[in-house]
Design a protein around this ligand. Structure first.
Ligand code: MRU
Length: 372
C-alpha cells in the first residue's frame, strides 16, 4: 500500500477518477441486500449520506468528516462552510467534529505557512489519510486489549458475547471497536456465540452486524432487542461488548439507544459490560453524561417500516408501510447514555480503564499503553 494512502476500508475510500476526486461510500442503507457504492462528488451529498446513515458509526464518521473537508479543498469549494456543515451533520458522535477539525486544522496551517490552495488541499487530504490509518491501528490495538481483558475477567474461554448496533469494519479504518474484539475472540477459537441485538428502529444489528458476522464465519444468533432480558435470565450471556459515540470525562457512555437497558440488565445479572472505543471518542470537554447532546431522529423511522426495507432508512414520512395509526407521535432518540458506574471497563487503543473513573480515563487519553 502507498504509505501516503489511507487503508483499504470496505466502507469508505478516496478515489481520483479523471472527472475529479470523490469519496466512495459503501451505502450502508442498502445492506445486506445490495453492496452499492454511493459516490460523493460534493459536500452536500456527503452531509446527506451522514444524516441518512449511508455512512455511520463514530470512527467512520470522523474519517468521513476529514475526507469531506479534503474534498471541499481539492475541488475548490468553500472549505470553512464545508467544515461547518459536516461537523453539524449529526450531533452525538464526537468523532465527526474531531475528524473535521483535524483536516481543517491541517488546511489552515498550510495556508498560514504560505502554501497555495493546491498544497493546502493536499495537506487536508494527507491529514484525512493519517486519521484513517490511525483508526485502523487503534482498532487492532483495541482488539488485542479487549481479548486480554475478557480472558482476565472470564478465564476459560467459550464466550457468549452480546453486542448491540454495528461496530465492525463497516464503521472503521480497521476491524472496528466492539466487533473487532469479538473478531479477535473468534480467531482465537474462543467465541461460542455472538448474540446480535437487531437494534431498533434502523436495524444496524440485523442488517449490518449479522452481515459482518456471517462473512467472518462467526456463530451468531439474531434477537429482538427486547429478548435480551430473557437471555440474561437464562444465564446465556457471558459479556456485553458495545461501542460508543461519545464518552464524557466522567466515563458516561453515549451509544446506540438500547445500550443503557443492557447495562442495567448486565449489572443485575453480574455480567461484565465492556465498552470498546478509540480515544478519539472520549470527549474530555464534556464533563458528564447529562451534557451529551442526544440526536433525536424523525418519528417516521418508528411509525413506518421502510418500503422496501433494504432502501429504507432514508425514507421520507409517508413513504413506508404504516406500523402505527396515522398521526402517531414517536419518541426516537438515536442514542442513550450509560452512567460510568454501570460500565465494567472501557477499552481503548491505549489500554483499559476499570473501574471507570474520571482521572483514570483522563490518564488513558494522555498516553500510550497505560496500565490499569
Ligand atoms: O446511528 P449510528 O448507526 O451511527 O450509531 C452507531 C453506534 O451507536 C455505534 O455503536 C457507535 O458509533 C460505535 S461504532 C464503533
Amino acid at each position: 500500500m502507498d504509505s501516503a494512502a489511507g487503508p483499504a476500508s470496505p466502507s469508505l475510500r478516496w478515489d481520483e477518477p479523471p472527472e475529479g476526486p470523490v469519496i466512495a461510500l459503501l451505502d450502508q442503507r442498502r445492506l445486506p441486500a445490495e453492496e452499492v457504492e454511493l459516490i460523493c462528488t460534493d459536500v452536500p451529498v456527503l452531509v446527506d449520506a451522514i444524516r441518512t446513515l449511508a455512512v455511520r458509526g463514530a470512527p467512520l464518521l470522523g474519517i468521513a468528516g476529514a475526507y469531506g473537508v479534503a474534498l471541499a479543498a481539492v475541488r475548490g469549494f468553500d472549505v470553512q462552510q464545508a467544515a461547518e456543515q459536516l461537523a453539524h451533520a449529526r450531533p452525538t458522535a464526537v468523532n465527526l467534529a474531531y475528524g473535521v477539525r483535524r483536516a481543517l486544522g491541517a488546511y489552515e496551517q498550510a495556508v498560514k505557512d504560505g502554501a497555495d490552495v493546491r498544497r493546502a488541499a493536499a495537506a487536508a487530504l494527507a491529514e484525512a489519510r493519517a486519521l484513517h490509518r490511525e483508526d485502523a491501528e487503534a482498532s487492532a490495538r483495541m482488539a488485542a486489549h479487549g481479548l486480554a481483558l475478557l480472558r482476565e475477567l472470564l478465564p476459560g474461554g467459550g464466550y457468549r458475547v452480546l453486542t448491540h448496533c454495528n461496530t465492525g469494519s463497516l464503521v472503521s479504518g480497521g476491524e472496528g471497536t466492539a466487533l473487532a474484539v469479538a473478531s479477535a475472540v473468534h480467531r482465537a477459537g474462543q467465541l461460542r456465540r455472538l448474540w446480535v441485538d437487531e437494534t431498533r428502529p434502523l436495524l444496524q444489528g440485523a442488517r449490518l452486524t449479522a452481515y459482518e458476522a456471517a462473512r467472518a464465519g462467526m456463530a451468531y444468533t439474531l434477537l429482538t432487542d427486547n429478548a435480551a432480558g430473557s437471555l440474561f435470565a437464562a444465564g446465556e450471556v457471558d459479556a456485553v461488548l458495545i461501542g460508543a459515540d461519545r464518552i464524557a470525562a466522567d466515563g458516561s457512555v453515549a451509544n446506540k439507544v438500547g445500550s443503557y437497558p443492557l447495562a442495567v440488565l448486565a449489572r443485575y445479572h453480574h455480567v461484565p459490560f465492556i465498552v470498546v472505543a478509540p480515544t478519539t471518542t472520549v470527549d474530555l470537554d464534556t464533563p458528564e453524561g447529562s451534557a451529551i447532546e442526544v440526536e433525536q431522529r424523525p418519528g417516521h423511522e418508528v411509525t413506518e417500516f421502510a418500503a422496501p426495507l433494504v432502501t429504507g432508512v432514508a425514507a421520507e414520512p409517508g413513504m413506508g408501510v404504516p406500523a402505527a395509526p396515522l398521526g402517531t407521535q414517536a419518541y426516537n432518540p438515536a442514542f442513550d447514555v450509560t452512567p460510568p458506574e454501570l460500565v465494567t471497563a472501557i477499552v481503548t487503543e491505549n489500554g483499559v480503564v476499570s473501574p471507570v473513573t474520571r482521572p483514570g480515563l483522563a490518564e488513558l487519553c494522555r498516553g500510550p499503553e497505560k496500565e490499569r
